[in-house]
Design a protein around this ligand. Structure first.
Ligand code: NAD
Length: 430
């Protein structure tokens, strides 16, 4: 493995108490399981992943030297169908993080009722320091190592942080070369020309907006009267902000990893995103103040949408969060300790396993279209996505009211209940 002292430090930091994503997932799972009165045998089965795969991936670098990268694929649960989940490339990826993300995929698919279990993959690497050729060789070897474990009926990967349509095309091709025929349904988030779905790129941001559209009604707000703060300007945050801007929402702040911009009168989001694309930063953007990510999270607003990464709202800053609705576009942006503070403050949380489920929903549509060999129009995809997100949002709110619990606990309860039912009906194969 490559020596990278900063990555080691980041991985150590991620592994401590409040910020360990797997511990955060388990804490919420345990609470929901207890409230549901989950059978102890089912509890024991569902609490752990089905399979954890760790691989060492040798890659010939452009220099001619061989480097060995560490990669993972965790398959959390298959009770409801093939496992489904993204692959992330980052220097600070940990197995615990991948385990948490795999479990979240199981709960997310169950919340929106799509017939998949959960999985997640990751490779410890710094894609910004690698050439396209190196990334391609890394991806193909990773896919080849996993060949017996993935497949349209086994486990269907997708993009996540620092992986994209190109990464999926390489995986699809590698898998197809081994299968000796083209297998488009092996991955989702592919280029549209290779069996991808129209609307998939925008699906997570669009699904997030559909949830926010429903949530603001509870506060008597309309898009024009709603001030939105978005952390992250990538696939989820950038596209979410753009769609909300088009819908008439007043997006007053947006950021990337280095910092963000704020204008209480509202930002021209297409212009701001164009600026960030051109300059690789929001710094220097006219018509707005440049602020830190911490300042951005604490801005007074109606909707705060953390769409960047985990552990952004913790016990350290939760009491300074100043929104009515927290819409979690990212996976795991809030720690369980922060949950308690937000609840006491009366903040309405749209939990990640619902708020960002638009991505997996359209991934499901992509998988369906690939298997049919018949492709839908973009407006059909968006309409079906809207149906799913609105129905799931309302179902979740009703469940929370019925059981008198907060929305996050309700989401876990709803998901665990569905997975437990299927696990019980299938029984344990011996
Ligand atoms: P991305 O790489 O496209 O964008 C991430 C954005 O967040 C970038 O603007 C980046 O600069 C910023 N960022 C990264 N680290 C940050 C930090 N520490 N502080 C502030 N900003 C930071 O990634 P994405 O696909 O938009 O994913 C974002 C989150 O949403 C992740 O948690 C991911 O797991 C989750 N998610 C993504 C999808 C999807 O379809 N892309 C679906 C469900 C969940």
């Amino acid at each position: 493995m490559r020596a990278n002292p900063m990555a080691d430090e980041m991985r150590r930091f991620k592994g401590t108490d409040e910020k360990n994503p797997f511990d955060a997932m388990i804490e919420r799972f345990d609470r929901a399981a207890q409230l549901l009165g989950l059978d102890p045998d089912l509890y024991a089965v569902m609490r752990v992943p089905s399979r954890e795969i760790k691989i060492y991936i040798p890659v010939k670098m452009d220099s001619g030297r061989i480097e060995v990268f560490e990669g993972y694929r965790v398959q959390h649960n298959f009770a409801r169908g093939p496992a489904k989940g993204g692959i992330r490339y980052a220097p600070d990826v940990t197995l615990d993080e991948i385990k948490a993300l795999a479990a979240w995929m199981t709960w997310k698919c169950a919340v929106v009722n799509v017939p998949f279990g959960g999985a997640k993959g990751g490779i410890v690497c710094d894609p910004r320091q690698m050439s396209e050729g190196e990334l391609e060789r890394l991806t193909r070897r990773y896919a080849a190592e996993l060949i017996d474990f993935i497949g349209p009926d086994r486990d269907v990967p997708a993009p996540d942080m620092n992986t994209d349509e190109q990464t999926m095309a390489w995986i699809m091709d590698t898998y197809s070369m081994h299968a000796r025929h083209t297998v488009t349904a092996i991955v989702t988030g592919k280029p549209v020309a290779l069996g991808g779905s129209l609307g998939r790129r925008e699906a997570t941001g669009r699904g997030l907006m559909f949830c926010i559209d429903e949530a603001i009604k509870k506060f008597g707000l309309t898009p024009e009267k709603t001030r939105v703060v978005v952390q992250g300007a990538g696939n989820v945050g950038g596209i979410g902000a753009l769609l909300m801007h088009e819908r008439g929402y007043k997006v007053i702040a947006i950021s990337d990893i280095s910092g963000g911009i704020y204008n209480p009168k509202g930002l021209d989001i297409p212009k701001a995103l164009e600026y960030s694309r051109k300059h690789k930063t929001f710094e220097g953007y006219p018509d707005a103040d440049y602020i830190t990510n911490q300042e951005l999270l604490e801005l007074e607003c109606d909707v705060l949408a953390p769409c960047a990464t985990e552990n952004q709202i913790t016990s350290q800053n939760a009491h300074r969060i100043n929104c009515k609705i927290l819409a979690e576009g990212a996976n795991g942006p809030t720690t369980p300790k922060a949950d308690k503070v937000l609840y006491e403050k009366g903040i309405f949380v749209i939990p990640d396993i619902l708020a960002n489920a638009g991505g997996v929903t359209v991934s499901y549509f992509e998988w369906v279209q690939d298997r049919m060999g018949y492709f839908w129009r973009e407006d059909e995809v968006n309409e079906r996505l809207k149906d799913k997100m609105v129905a799931s949002f309302n179902e979740l709110c009703q469940f929370a009211e019925k059981h008198k619990v907060d929305t996050r606990t309700a989401a876990y309860m709803l998901a665990i209940d569905r997975v437990a039912y299927d696990t019980k009906m299938r029984g344990i194969y011996a």
